[in-house]
Ligand binder design. Structure first.
Ligand code: C2E
Ligand code: CA
Ligand code: CA
Length: 701
């Protein structure tokens, strides 16, 4: 599953970075201003310092003068020596101040003049003051006037001096500094506003982008973990609501899709039945409940017989509708709480809980009954049968896999023994199945390695016992098991399709060996009429190129077609398949002879014999066995011989083991016989020997 990753952390970082970049010019401007102001400030401070020094000197002088102003009057009034002493002290302080003033070194001419005037006036006032002090109160008024006028003039001069020095020296610097400081204030204000704006923009972005993205991320992550239940609500404007709506719609659709996927993962798309996974899951749960005392669990495995044939002849659409109908009928045959599952192609399973084996078997019987009604496919009634395997859990068993495997094995056994029936699992079935599977792979190997060979059993004329033909019988010596009887490996070969290469190998060998025998035995009429019989199974006959293969094989060996007899079992012919009929006529047209093998074996529809291009009837051993006894089947042999006579067909009695059987059959009108009494199947060399003993001229093979 794809996991969503919304980069809101990265966004945060980028946001902060952007805001930081916005602040950089502000900060730089401020820093520059501060630096400029600092230099302006330094100048200002320096200038200020100097002026302040001058001003302080001037002020100190003014204070001293002021302190002495009232004094002459007081002294004149009282004439107190202590007051006179205080005046002198103050006057000397003012003197010192005046000296400093003189030393201050004013630059401008006007300043210098002012300072000089102040000093002059002071000196005049001081002299007047001293006069007052020394005169006592007598000339006080004149003395006071003499003191006050120059003192006031001195003060005025100093006041001007202070004013001029402040104005001229420092006003410019002060103005610049004030201007800069105003600018700085504006800058700082801008910066503060900028910061506030940036912070509020950041908060806004965070609220309307980063946080919603974070919410979406969390929701997406939860969705990734399979939780689609949460609905996202995003606050911060109609766009975000739309995003939330779209997201919720998407989550809803994903939830539906997921539910659909889960359903698909556990159900078969054609029939909507639970599939194998769900069946196993339910079987496990059922077994877990069984352990808590809920009764035993049974599984039925069902396989439609010859489904491939239906698919091949009626087409896949018909096959599909058959499967749908079968699934419908199966559902109808069981309780609602039982599970009916489709495992693969034509394989179904039923899981029944809380039941004993008897109930499971009854269910299997009910399924047979319910499938008995014909299926309507493409306007035709088709009858369908199924093989069913039944397995019931043993108390305390836990293994769902084992239970279902047992049902499967039992189904195979049913199919093997009697198609369209059901079997209850028994432990030996498993071993047999294993053995069959082993045999199957060995047979595959044997075919690939050309380990199969052919023996020939003579067919004799019951009149004079001369050999008129030989039947080719496949033989297989298994490296470990030794000789495996054809009755065991032929059905496996038929089921797996290996019969096609096997049958062709036998036919090639048989035709080739007949050519060799004809070559070796010379050309007396009896030898030249010798026929070879080859068994052909329905699977081979169904192959499109079979007729061509037979024809070319005969041609390659130089054997006349009428010397080849193809033996086809009655079962194949009874099925009355259109294509088989066509194939038989084609073979007939090539010139080969056709024999119906194992004739009379439980198939009562003898009428088909008339419609087929047959030459020979081989009477099954079962009827031959009863010949000579008083049993009813003995009469059947007679019936078959008569039928053959009436239809102008040759009759060959199979499995003649006793002399009197042969005799009796001959008396009945049967012309040919085959059986251990006359000869067992033997190798080509032995067969040649036997034939040579009858033939006049024999050359070596
Ligand atoms: P089948 O075609 O009916 O062949 C006759 C079988 O009866 C042979 O068994 C033969 O050995 C046996 N038999 C002959 N006389 C007697 C007798 O007096 N007493 C007894 N008890 N048996 C006798 P085999 O060779 O074991 O073959 C069994 C079956 O396997 C054949 O029955 C045939 O259906 C099938 N088969 C053998 N070879 C081939 C083959 O190449 N292709 C195909 N499609 N089937 C083959
Ligand atoms: Ca045969
Ligand atoms: Ca036979």
């Amino acid at each position: 599953m794809t996991s969503f990753s919304l980069p809101h952390k990265g966004l945060d970082r980028r946001l902060i970075l952007g805001l930081g970049l916005m602040l950089v010019p502000l900060v730089v401007t401020c820093l520059l201003s501060v630096l400029l102001l600092r230099s302006a400030g330094a100048t200002y401070t320096k200038a200020g310092d100097e002026s302040a020094k001058d001003v302080a000197v001037a002020l100190r002088f003014r204070d001293a003068v002021q302190a002495t102003q009232d004094y002459p009057a007081a002294v004149a009034g009282t004439g107190s020596p202590a007051a006179a002493a205080r005046f002198r002290r103050t006057a000397s302080t003012a003197d010192a101040a005046m000296r400093s003033l003189a030393l201050a070194g004013f630059d401008q001419e006007r300043e210098q003049a002012l300072a000089a005037k102040a000093a002059r006036d002071w000196r005049t006032a001081r002299a007047a003051g001293l006069t007052i002090v020394s005169a006592g109160r007598r000339d006080s008024l004149a003395a006071l006037n003499a003191f006050y006028v120059p003192a006031a003039a001195s003060q005025v001069a100093i006041g001007r001096l202070v004013a001029s020095s402040l104005a001229e020296r420092d006003v410019d610097q002060g103005v610049i500094a004030r201007q800069r400081s105003r600018e700085l204030s504006v800058l700082i204000a801008i910066m503060l506003v900028g910061c506030l704006l940036a912070v509020s923009v950041a908060r806004g972005i965070r609220r309307s982008i980063a946080r919603p993205l974070g919410q979406l991320k969390t929701a997406a992550r939860r969705m990734g973990a399979g939780d689609f239940q949460d609905r996202v609500t995003l606050e911060g404007g109609p766009e975000l609501s739309q995003v939330a709506d779209a997201f919720n719609t998407m989550a809803g659709e994903l939830r539906d899709n997921q539910a659909q996927l889960v359903h698909q993962a556990f159900h078969d798309s054609l029939t909507a039945l639970p599939n194998r996974s769900l069946l196993y899951d339910r079987a496990e749960h059922a077994l877990a409940r069984e352990r808590r005392g809920h009764g035993r669990v049974s599984a039925l495995f069902l396989d439609i017989d010859d489904f491939k044939g239906i698919n091949d002849t009626l087409g896949h659409a018909a096959g599909d509708s058959l499967l749908v109908e079968v699934s419908r009928r199966l559902r109808a045959a069981v309780r609602a709480e039982d599970t009916v599952a489709r495992l693969s192609g034509d394989e179904f399973a039923v899981l029944i809980e809380g039941c004993e084996e008897g109930v499971a078997v009854q269910t299997a019987e009910r399924i047979h009954d319910i499938l008995d009604a014909p299926f309507r496919l493409q306007g035709r009634d088709v009858s369908v049968r199924a093989s069913i395997g039944v397995a019931t859990s043993s108390p305390g068993s836990t293994d769902a896999d084992e239970l279902l495997r047992h049902a499967d094995v039992a189904m195979y056994a049913a199919k093997e023994e009697d198609k369209g029936s059901h079997r209850v699992f028994e432990p030996h079935m498993q071993a047999e199945l294993m053995q069959r599977m082993e045999l199957e792979s060995s047979l595959r190997g044997a075919l690939a390695n050309d380990e199969l060979y052919v023996h020939y059993q003579p067919i004799v004329n019951l009149d004079g016992r001369s050999v008129t033909g030989i039947e080719a019988l496949a033989r297989w010596t298994h490296p470990q098991r030794g000789l495996v009887p054809p009755d065991e490996f032929i059905p496996i070969a038929e089921r797996t399709g290996l019969i096609v290469p096997l049958g062709r190998r036998v036919l090639e060998r048989a035709v080739g060996d007949l050519a060799a025998l004809r070559e070796a035995l010379g050309d007396d009429p009896q030898t030249q009429a010798l026929r070879v019989s080859v068994n052909v199974s329905a699977v081979e006959l169904a192959e499109d190129d079979y007729v061509g293969f037979v024809e070319s094989t005969l041609k390659a060996a130089g054997v006349p077609p009428e010397l080849l007899v193809l033996e086809i079992t009655e079962r194949v012919l009874v099925e009355d398949d259109e294509s088989t009929l066509v194939r038989l006529w084609q073979l007939k047209a090539v010139g080969v002879q056709i024999a119906v093998d194992d004739f009379g074996m439980g198939y009562s529809a003898l009428a088909y014999v008339e419609r087929l291009p047959l030459d020979i009837i081989k009477i099954d051993k079962a009827f031959v066995d009863s010949v000579g006894s008083s049993e009813d089947e003995a009469d059947l042999a007679q019936v078959i011989v008569s039928l053959g006579e009436r239809l102008g067909l040759e009759t060959i009695a199979e499995g003649v083991e006793q002399a009197d059987q042969g005799e009796e059959l001959r008396r009945m009108g049967c012309r040919f016989g085959q059986g251990f009494y006359y000869a067992r199947p033997e190798s080509l060399a032995s067969t040649l020997e036997l034939l040579a003993s009858q033939a006049p001229t024999v050359s070596a093979l």
